[in-house]
Design a protein around this ligand. Sequence first.
Ligand SMILES: [Zn+2]
Length: 245
Amino acid sequence: MSLLKRSTIVVTQREPSEILQEAIAGFSQATRRVGSDDRKRLSWLLEFVYLSEEKLAELSESEKAQLCFDLAYFANISGQWELPPLEEIASLASEIRNGIDRLRRTRRWVIELPKDSIIERIIEPRPKRRAGHIRLDGYHSFYGSDDFRTSFLLCAADTAEAEGTRIRVCAQKDCGRMFARHRRARYCSSRCSQKERDLRFRKRFTKTERRERRQRYYKNRMAKLHGPAVASKVKPRPVKPTPRK
Ligand SMILES: [Zn+2]
């Protein structure tokens, strides 16, 4: 994938300077959010594929505006561009989610591209590696299209091809989301890994043990913060009676 492609986003009926500033801000946010290398792009894509129509409808106006920039940046859309209808985005997300899931299970993903869209193969200089030296050290190519759906699917395919071996399913049993593994990560998010640690903690200790541990921890903290005199005054909290049903 090229790191040098640029997308232009045009919003109509506003002050030109304001529009430009917003576009610059939105674009730089998209660069950060989506990322420019394939691993980050795959992570972003695997978050994107879980966007349902309901979740999209819950987004605020500014979140929708940012999503518009993110989508354009990911799919290398240039020229005039506005957010496609939410159901179209949701259907694209679910199509890619199913495709990547199939790729993970069967090692194969056949992507059907929309008919009547122009597909281009662009060859351009490979981003230079050495700082300070501007010289041509080779070309690379990628596919693009004038059609958003086509372009997005092509970019998703490139990303999955480049970093697909990283795709894992979250080990948190209630989650099941796919994510791009970095190092030895087993969970899709810090939320899921915390959930799993909590579960393990609950399994290891009984309720009384957990209470005692909590109290010991609190007592030690008080001793550290205010000295042993204060810590010795720490009394266990009275146990609340469990309400009867
Ligand atoms: Zn998870």
